[in-house]
Design a protein around this ligand. Structure first.
Ligand SMILES: [Zn+2]
Length: 409
């Protein structure tokens, strides 16, 4: 659709002032036009998503033989047809390790190995659509060949079981980032959900430096503010937040406060914005808290499980929702505080139970890019958010690793 705007031109003649009214055509694009522009852009740069939990979702459903991502999987947020429709160029698949493995069941390291194995097998099952990648150059090569890169990120530093040897072997298996903690603190790093104020221990700082030497990205999603700050002051390479949003807009401990965003700017890292409604919308976050409190009161009053379930159903009918526009607001806030070079996307699809309206699954990434274009972002800037910043961080980490290995083999 095109619109017309009446403009006034003022020209200076030699004898008199001439005022001319001119009709200046301005282009007013429709939502479909912005989406088409977004898709055109995503054909030139790989969109890189920092966090997708499909490996654990597949594991929970009985493994790869029970779930065929090659066909539509409406109960999941991810499948190959929708990854292709969403123009996803590279995906960090989460090798998520539950903190309960610290207490019982398979050892955390074994659980992580099994998740990594699942990513390799998932990727090799769809050879025409996907290919493994461990470097920025491989991501670019796969993209040129029309394939989605599969990258591995371990979620939870308990996976290394306090062993730098295990960390080094995870690196050799192609792991490209490790989230230092999950919901529970370790003795060397503190989780965002912990009330303790401590950050990285001396061993925790050693882990960060060893990750730098290996070229593994240090992921600060899930850690507390002190651990974020300690890691940013320790790391010699840019860090990432693989799936976190801005705390100034939604006051959740999993989000990144402005004071840390400023350190990320100095570090040249990236914050990959999470789509989890409770991290995106302050109303949803407050609502989630109030439901937890109301549930605790019901339990304390002796309400049985059927009564609690009925109450929850009634409350949920009036629950607020997050939107795609609010995700774009987080992107714009982080841009304002940390700069355009520190932005990325980290959906958390299939690791979240609710989704923002308009960002329901992996096919919707172009809609988010279209929203930024609609807000007046340049093509160069949306390319950075989509993937160029993350590619730059991968490459810088690779360069730092080469330098550090010169002196520390
Ligand atoms: Zn997570």
């Amino acid at each position: 659709m095109e619109g017309w705007k009446v403009g006034r031109w003022v020209g200076r003649g030699t004898s008199a002032m001439m005022v001319i009214l001119a009709i200046i055509p301005t282009v007013q694009l429709s939502a479909q036009d912005y989406r088409a522009q977004a898709i055109r852009i995503l054909k030139t740069v790989p969109l890189i998503d920092g966090h997708n939990d499909i490996p654990d979702a597949i594991r929970e459903r009985g493994g790869l033989d029970s779930v065929d991502l090659g066909v539509s999987q409406p109960k999941l947020m991810t499948d190959v047809p929708r990854l292709q429709a969403g123009h996803v160029g590279a995906q960090f698949w989460a090798a998520y390790v539950p903190v309960t493995t610290m207490d019982s069941g398979p050892h955390p390291a074994v659980y992580a190995l099994e998740q990594i194995d699942l990513v390799y097998r998932l990727c090799s099952r769809y050879p025409t659509a996907m290919a493994m990648a461990t470097t920025a150059a491989q991501v670019e090569r796969n993209f040129a060949a029309g394939k989605i890169s599969c990258l591995i990120g371990i979620e939870g530093g308990h996976a290394i079981e306090n062993s730098l040897g295990a960390l080094r072997m995870f690196s050799r298996l192609g792991t490209r980032y490790m989230t230092l903690t999950h919901w529970r603190s370790l003795d060397w790093a503190t989780a965002s959900t912990d009330t303790a104020r401590r950050g990285l221990s001396p061993f925790g700082k050693q882990v960060v430096l060893e990750m730098n030497r290996l070229g593994m990205l240090v992921d600060l999603s899930h850690v507390n503010d002190q651990t974020m700050s300690d890691a940013l002051h320790t790391s010699r390479a840019p860090v990432i937040f693989s799936h976190s949003s801005a705390r100034a807009l939604a006051n959740h401990a999993r989000n990144v406060p402005d004071s840390i965003l400023k350190l990320v700017a100095a570090n040249r890292g990236v914050v990959m914005v999470n789509f989890n409604p409770g991290f995106v919308s302050e109303a949803v976050r407050a609502w989630d808290d109030s439901v937890t409190a109301r549930m605790a009161r019901l339990r304390a009053a002796g309400a049985d499980s059927a009564t609690r379930a009925d109450s929850l159903k009634a409350w949920e009918a009036a629950a607020p929702h997050a939107t795609l526009a609010q995700v774009a607001d987080h992107i714009e806030h982080i841009r304002q505080v940390a700069g355009i070079d520190c932005l990325g996307l980290g959906s958390d699809f299939d690791g979240i139970t609710e989704v923002p309206v308009g960002l329901e699954d992996v096919s919707k990434f172009p809609d988010l890019i279209a929203e930024l274009l609609r807000r007046g972002w340049t093509e160069a800037d949306v390319k950075k958010v989509a993937g160029l910043n993350t590619l730059r961080v991968l490459r810088e980490a690779e360069r730092v690793a080469v330098e550090m290995r010169r002196t520390h083999r």
